[in-house]
Design a binder for this molecule. Structure first.
Ligand SMILES: NC(=O)c1ccc[n+]([C@@H]2O[C@H](COP(=O)([O-])OP(=O)(O)OC[C@H]3O[C@@H](n4cnc5c(N)ncnc54)[C@H](O)[C@@H]3O)[C@@H](O)[C@H]2O)c1
Ligand SMILES: [Zn+2]
Ligand SMILES: [Zn+2]
Length: 351
């Protein structure tokens, strides 16, 4: 089958590799219909999140059709349409029972390297999904009308946005700042908007991303390429600052900016992914200001994908607006180049 594999030195290659086989009784092999490129894929190539094995298949956003079932799969059937979660949980440990799937004691992730189980990813014609009863969402009932593209992001960035907004405990009339207007930032902002805040301000230092957020997504976006995040938020709030700020970048600068953008007693939610970065926190300042600093960990996909998909099914938001490029899987290298250069927002690949 054709698959996007890590080719070493920060590059990917589309290659012919053997099709995956059932290796655990809870596995399903999914025939992938659509898959997408995520900011987390770039972290793998850049070595920010280490452990991608040359030859390993990348990719963790996908939708497809059940092609083969392990002996202990009960919720899925041949040929049904399913959405995959990037996060692979066991469904049975104490965290999963408490719906903290992202802290599953056996958590793994698809296509994200050896530190998360070395599972082959979904930018391929077929992908093996362990514990499929837990980690695949049947697109039936109220979700059956969703198109593949409408549902595609429900297993990663859309659910991440809903999780981040929930974790941020946004209250009516709050001012919310989201730093980073990449795909994750767009969905964090859209999900935040569902809690009736007075404002959601999306900040990015790339003017093209700011323009996209405004024009395509109808969001209130601010260009901070030549200005200061704190000053922009102060100006937009008459100095009262934000109640909540989210880092949807994954850089220490963004976390520092988020802390400067919230009022005293405000909350900062760190959604962006981190590897070996270090940050010296001025404890006295954080203490006296009462900053509530929360790290998301991997998104709790399974606890939020139903809400996210139902919102799409009801027409409350249209995630397909984030798709700027539709390419074949064989054009993946071009897709990665476009996404890295931020010429693309979301690249969808069809095997
Ligand atoms: N917690 C999770 O489970 C989870 C899930 C999915 C993605 N992520 C992470 O979310 C982050 C964003 O993902 P994405 O796909 O949107 O990535 P992306 O790289 O496309 O977007 C990041 C955006 O941040 C902007 N940016 C960079 N530095 C900035 C700064 N100092 N101030 C303002 N804007 C700045 C960039 O211009 C870009 O538009 C990544 O770190 C990704 O790994 C986390
Ligand atoms: Zn992702
Ligand atoms: Zn578990």
């Amino acid at each position: 089958m054709r698959a996007v594999v890590y080719a070493g030195d920060g590059t990917v290659r589309v290659d012919d590799i053997p099709e995956p086989e059932i290796t655990e009784v809870g596995d399903v092999i999914v025939e992938v219909r659509k898959t997408a490129i995520c900011g987390s894929d770039l972290h793998l190539l850049d070595g920010k999140t280490p452990g991608m094995r040359p030859g390993g298949v990348i990719g963790h956003e996908f939708i497809g059709k059940v092609a083969e079932l392990g002996a202990n799969v009960f919720k899925h059937h041949q040929d049904t349409r399913v959405l995959g979660s990037f996060l692979i949980s066991c469904g049975a440990c104490r965290h999963c029972i408490a719906r903290r799937f992202n802290f599953c004691t056996n958590r793994r992730a698809l296509g994200l390297g050896t530190l998360t189980g070395d599972l082959d990813g979904a930018q391929a014609e077929y992908v093996r999904v362990p514990n499929a009863d837990v980690n695949l969402r049947l697109l039936g009932g109220a979700l059956s009308g969703l198109s593949d593209e409408e549902a595609l992001f429900g297993g990663d960035i859309l659910a991440t946005g809903f999780y981040a907004a929930s974790l941020s405990e946004i209250k009516r009339d709050d001012v919310v700042v989201v730093i980073g207007a990449g795909p994750v930032g767009l969905f964090c902002a859209a999900a935040a908007g569902r809690f009736s805040p007075s404002k959601v301000l999306l900040l990015d230092q790339d003017p093209a991303r700011v323009a996209f957020a405004r024009e395509q997504m109808g969001l209130d976006a601010i260009d901070v390429s030549s200005s200061d995040a704190q000053a922009e938020v102060a100006a937009a709030t008459e100095g009262t600052m934000a109640d909540v700020a989210m880092d949807a970048v994954g850089s220490v600068i963004a976390v520092k900016d988020a802390m400067k953008c919230v009022r005293d007693g405000g909350r900062v939610t760190v959604v962006g992914v981190y590897g070996a970065e270090r940050y010296e926190l001025p404890m006295g300042v954080a203490w006296v200001r009462g900053i509530d600093l929360r790290f998301s960990g991997m998104a709790n996909v399974h606890a939020h994908w139903d809400d996210a998909l139902l919102a799409v099914a009801k027409g409350d938001l249209d995630p397909t607006k984030a798709i700027t490029h539709r390419l074949s899987l064989d054009q993946a290298e071009e897709g990665y180049a476009l996404f890295r250069a931020r010429e693309a927002m979301k690249v969808v690949l069809t095997p």
